[in-house]
Design a protein around this ligand. Sequence first.
Ligand code: HEC
Length: 129
Amino acid sequence: MKKRSQLGSFIAGIALSTFVFATSVSETMIEAYTSQTGQAASARQGEVLWMSQNEGRRCSDCHGEDLTKAGKHIRTKKVIGPMAPSVNTTRLRDKKNIEKWFKRNCLWTLKRECTPREKANILAWLASQ
Ligand code: HEC
């Protein structure tokens, strides 16, 4: 019986993740950020930040505007795999990796770390792609 219900929730989990591309990692991270700020995550605001110019720098410089397509590092010209979890199953699976790149990329792009609110919004935007 126990086995059966575990299998059931496993299948439900797969079904859910094909509709919303959020992973349990991104969901847990969004929950943690929004509990710090008390504000719901907004994918729309995440998108605005992703596309916005900050003294000539944007997240999309390296990752592109269509997240289902590969990006290209603006300086090294190295290909960066698509950010959309719908086409790249390695995305939003590893909290440490996400935190590491948030730190590095927010510092490069915005010249400061992203706030918990911005991170929640960006994760919501990425998870919807
Ligand atoms: C100068 C190039 C560059 C810019 C600009 C950039 N990134 Fe990245 N980003 C990278 C590289 C390189 C990686 C690591 C390679 C990979 O994951 O394919 C990465 C990985 C990530 C990841 C890891 C996702 C995962 O689950 O694998 C996140 C999140 C991320 N970037 C967010 C951002 C955000 C938010 C911005 C804008 C504030 C941004 N990046 C701007 C180059 C960039």
